[in-house]
Write a protein that binds this ligand. Structure first.
Ligand SMILES: C[S@@+](CC[C@H](N)C(=O)[O-])C[C@H]1O[C@@H](n2cnc3c(N)ncnc32)[C@H](O)[C@@H]1O
Length: 412
């Protein structure tokens, strides 16, 4: 490690803010529970610490559930988000748009009407997870709702209703998002349940819009999300700050975890899904190398860690390659992030260390080092909290939690 990288600074302040738990009852934040989010309060605290004000611009190159964008909008700060998952971009946009409840309500009636629209030409892509996730009756109800949503001409309203549908998929399916995987979990879904849950969700979302109109002090604040790969991201403007959280190298594959949402809303066939999977950051073993990291100097600690992990025994031989690839991809992403920042602009990056074969990989310190390589200055690595390791690892290596940190850089 270079001597410029500071020691880990302990702090308790960020701990409770690092998970989305505190947003579970907050209007708009809770329209869809994106498991890999931090809280809006964390973003607001960082905005205060970075002394951002009206007319400041914030970037999130991994916008996920749209938390950074929504918190910025609440504080009257302009923001732009990017993500490789079409679902994340959609979610970020739908959560942050302005709506009029009266217009949203106009379309409710057609969903209360009994009877199915013709299912001609409408089906879900024939992918194994869909067959496992939905019973024929559930699928039929989902398709009926989807076809009714498709008849809404106003694109903002259509997206709003579509998010309502996507947000109930997990609970009406035989799946459960747990520990970074989409597990199969048998559930009994009675006839009519999908429509009942959908209507409850939409009613709650419309009520939230009403609440937000009062809360939203800055309706004209500019905000939006687009699809882009962080490793080749280019923006028209320079930003005052970046507040984000990249994937962690913990093998979680977002295209599987959010597979149902992607398949129901955004992709036409399995090949399209696989293409996104291969293009995600190499934080899981199925992602493939896409770009050369010219100029990258691999920190020496990486090979030493990989040797130790190999010796400790692995249940997946692709993990060393994944770890190497992850840091190369993060080098490219950090390079792009630096280029998008104004001079003296700040970056806050939430990241977790990981453990393989009982060996701790200090992701935060390695990224601090790589940040320095691209020309950023590390202000601090704040320890936010410690996370337990996977049940599998716990059995073999006992409980040995991994640090989750907030890394702060400055663009000199
Ligand atoms: C930890 S999540 C971000 C969570 C977000 N900050 C929030 O609070 O909701 C990481 C995101 O990185 C995205 N991602 C993965 N590979 C990417 C890439 N190459 N370029 C851009 N985004 C990528 C994933 O789709 C995921 O949404």
């Amino acid at each position: 490690m270079p001597t410029t990288v500071p020691l880990v600074v302990k702090t308790n302040e960020y701990g409770p803010l690092i998970s989305p738990f505190s947003d579970r009852n907050k209007p708009r934040y809770n329209w869809y529970a994106f498991k890999h989010s931090y809280s809006g309060e964390l973003v607001k605290k960082l905005i205060d610490e970075f002394n951002l004000g009206r007319n400041s611009w914030v970037l999130d190159p991994f916008c996920g559930g749209g938390t950074t964008l929504l918190a910025c909008k609440e504080m009257g700060i302009y923001s732009e988000g990017f993500d490789i998952l079409p679902f994340s971009v959609f979610l970020s946009n739908v959560k942050t748009r302005n709506y009029q409840p009266i217009i949203l309500r106009r379309y409710l009636g057609r969903f209360y009407k009994k009877g199915f629209l013709s299912r001609k030409n409408i089906d879900l892509p024939d992918i194994k997870i869909i067959r496992e996730a939905f019973s024929p009756n559930t699928k039929k109800e989902l398709l009926c709702l989807k076809s009714k949503i498709d008849t809404i001409r106003n694109p903002k309203v259509r997206d709003f209703y579509m998010l309502g549908l996507l947000s109930i998929l997990e609970s009406v399916s035989n799946t459960s998002k747990s520990g970074g995987f989409l597990r199969i979990k048998k559930k009994t879904i009675i006839n009519g349940e999908v429509t009942r849950q959908f209507l409850l969700k939409i009613e709650a979302m419309i009520n939230d819009v009403g609440k937000f109109i009062n809360d939203f002090k800055f309706p004209d604040v500019k905000v939006g999300a687009k699809i882009s790969d962080s490793r080749v991201l280019k923006t028209k403007r320079k930003f005052d700050a970046i507040i984000t959280s990249p994937p962690y190298p913990n093998r979680h594959d977002y295209t599987r975890i959010y597979g149902l949402e992607l398949i129901v809303g955004f992709i036409k066939n399995h090949d399209e899904l696989k293409k996104i999977r291969y293009n995600t950051l190499r934080s899981h073993v199925e992602a493939k190398k896409q770009f050369e990291a010219n100029g990258y100097k691999k920190p020496r600690i990486i090979d030493a860690l990989i040797n130790k992990i190999r010796k400790a025994g692995l249940n997946n031989s692709q993990v060393p390659k994944m770890i190497e690839g992850y840091f190369e991809d993060m080098y490219l992403s950090l390079l792009r992030m630096k280029n998008c920042l104004k001079k003296n602009g700040k970056i806050a990056l939430v990241v977790s260390n990981v453990r393989f074969g009982g060996i701790n990989v200090p992701v935060d310190k390695i990224l601090a080092d790589i940040g320095e390589q691209v020309g950023l200055s590390t202000d601090a690595i704040f320890t936010a909290r410690y996370r337990g390791n996977s049940a599998q690892q716990m059995q073999r290596f006992k409980r040995n939690p991994s640090r989750e940190s907030v890394l702060i850089w400055r663009n000199n």
